[in-house]
Design a protein around this ligand. Structure first.
Ligand code: 5RP
Length: 234
C-alpha cells in the first residue's frame, strides 16, 4: 500500500520509537495521527511476535483504536507507573520542550508522560521549531466560570509581555468542544513564547486551569520521521 510522504514520516517516527519497546513493559500510548501509526504498528508486532505489553491510552479515541486492533489495555489506576510513554507533539524546540494538545488530550497525556520512566516523542520535521508558540497553545479549563479563568489567563499573559494574544474557545460542530474529562479548551495564539518555562509556571498557578499544553523538561528524546520513510533519534 502506498502512503503519502506525511504519513511515511509519521510511520517512520512511530517505528523507530517502537524499537525501544520490550516484552513485559507497561506502555503509555499517545493521541493524534502519529500515535495512530504507533498503535497500528504495535498491534502488528503483538500479533506477529506475541509481544507481551500492557498499554495505558491517553484518550478515548486511542483506547477505541487499541481495542479494535487487539492491543491489551489497562488503566493508570491499575498500573500505577509506566516504563515508557510514546506520544506525538504539535511543536518541539531545541531543548525538547513541547506544545501538545492539538487533539485536546494533553491533560491525560501529561499525566501518562509524568508517570512514565521514559517519554519518547514521535514527530516529523514540520513539528521542529526554533521557539515554541506558532502553534496555538491549548489550555484546558473547567467549564464553571470559564470567562473568569480566561480573564486571569489574559492578566498572566500581560505580565509576560504576551498581552493582546487572541484567545479562542475551541469549538466542535458549532458548540464548545469538550475534552475526555468534560472540560473546555482555550487556544492561545501567542505567535512566539519568549520564556516557555515561565509561562508554564504562570498557567500552573491559575485557578480554573486544569492543564496547559506546555510540556517542559518532560521529553527524553524525539523520534524524528522523514518524508522518505527514514527516521533518527534526537
Ligand atoms: C493530542 C496531541 C497530539 O500528540 C498532537 O496534537 C500531535 O498530533 P498529530 O500526530 O496528529 O500531529 O497532543 O492532544
Amino acid at each position: 500500500m502506498s502512503i503519502s510522504p506525511a504519513d511515511a514520516a509519521k510511520r517512520a517516527a512511530a517505528a523507530l520509537a517502537l524499537e525501544s519497546v520490550e516484552g513485559g513493559m507497561r506502555l503509555g500510548i499517545g493521541t493524534g495521527s502519529t500515535a495512530v501509526w504507533l498503535v497500528r504498528l504495535l498491534a502488528e508486532r503483538i500479533s506477529a511476535t506475541g509481544l507481551d505489553v500492557v498499554c495505558v491510552p491517553t484518550s478515548e479515541a486511542t483506547a477505541a483504536l487499541a481495542r479494535e486492533l487487539g492491543v491489551p489495555l489497562a488503566t493508570l489506576d491499575e498500573l500505577g507507573a509506566l516504563d515508557l510513554a510514546i506520544d506525538g507533539a504539535d511543536e518541539f524546540d531545541p531543548r525538547l520542550d513541547l506544545i501538545k494538545g492539538g487533539g485536546g488530550a494533553h491533560f491525560r497525556e501529561k499525566i501518562v508522560a509524568a508517570a512514565a520512566a521514559r517519554f519518547i516523542v514521535i514527530a516529523d520535521e514540520g513539528k521542529r521549531v526554533p521557539r515554541l508558540g506558532a502553534f496555538p497553545l491549548p489550555v484546558e479549563v473547567v467549564r464553571f466560570g470559564w470567562p473568569a479563568t480566561e480573564a486571569a489567563i489574559r492578566r498572566a499573559l500581560e505580565g509576560l509581555d504576551l498581552g493582546g494574544a487572541p484567545i479562542r474557545l475551541r469549538e466542535r460542530d458549532g458548540a464548545p468542544a469538550l475534552t475526555d474529562e468534560g472540560n473546555y479548551i482555550l487556544d492561545l495564539a501567542l505567535g512566539a513564547i519568549p520564556d516557555a518555562p515561565a509561562l508554564a509556571r504562570r498557567l500552573d498557578s491559575i485557578t480554573g486551569v486544569v492543564e496547559h499544553g506546555l510540556f517542559i523538561g518532560m521529553a527524553d528524546c524525539v523520534a524524528l520521521g522523514r518524508a522518505d520513510g527514514t527516521a533518527g533519534m534526537l
